[in-house]
Design a protein around this ligand. Sequence first.
Ligand code: G3H
Ligand code: ZN
Length: 279
Amino acid sequence: MPLVDIRQMAAEAAAESVGLGAFNVVLLEFAYAQVQAAESVNRPVILQLSQNAIAYHGGRLAPLGKALLSLAEEATVPVAVHLDHAEDVDLCRAAVDLGFNSVMYDGSHLPDDENRETTARVVEFCHAANVAVEAELGEVGGKNGVHDPSARTDPQDAAQFVTDTGVDLLAVAVGSSHAMTTRGAVLDTDLIRDIRDAVPVPLVLHGSSGVPDDGMVAAIEAGMTKINVSTHLNVGFTGVVRDILNGDETVVDPRKYVGPGRDQVRDEVARLLNLYARR
Ligand code: G3H
Ligand code: ZN
């Protein structure tokens, strides 16, 4: 089916108090797995490609980006294709030109005024192309490899940020930290509720890999809508690949270990999508 607008997906999910799974694609296999999983549980899914992942793929957006758009078109469930953590405004423009229907401009590392000003500029050209924009207020830790769950977004400031910039979704800092390989993060669910009540757009949780299942269900009930997961899938994928390679030194065909890794990602994404839908 054609790409589905993330704003529509998020509004529906928020109205139902369920979460919307957004999974990072580091290799094409991850995207296959994510779409297959979404189809198997009949849930929408967001495929996201980060500026970092694009750098890994030689700084080229189009090869993997076009593959994601093609997978989305062939999918039997609603799919959005999202540029994640873009700090480069030109990359946001390139993603819009290629056909992505959602962009995260990440100016959270910038001085506050500059973050607002640049985000508003990105919103202007994205909205002109009917592309949704997510931004981040209150930098979620861990992007530089240092875990820091201490950042917090102020609810009134978040509301003002949405007014100043016109963003469609807002990533907020509520206790998670990026790139955790264990699931011990404790989220501030009271703060999530306060931000949800103050802010007119759906909220996004970054660094979701560190959040245990029960904490995630509570966060969704409190008002989190788009749930971004990356590292947790990498942990599962790599664990399966490592076991196979450690168990058989004669294996040389990558399909013999990448394939099972891909299937592990598929099964975990399906499980998470059901958890986010609270079923
Ligand atoms: O934008 C992507 C997410 O915030 C992923 O974070 O690797 O900690 O799950 P994570
Ligand atoms: Zn993130």
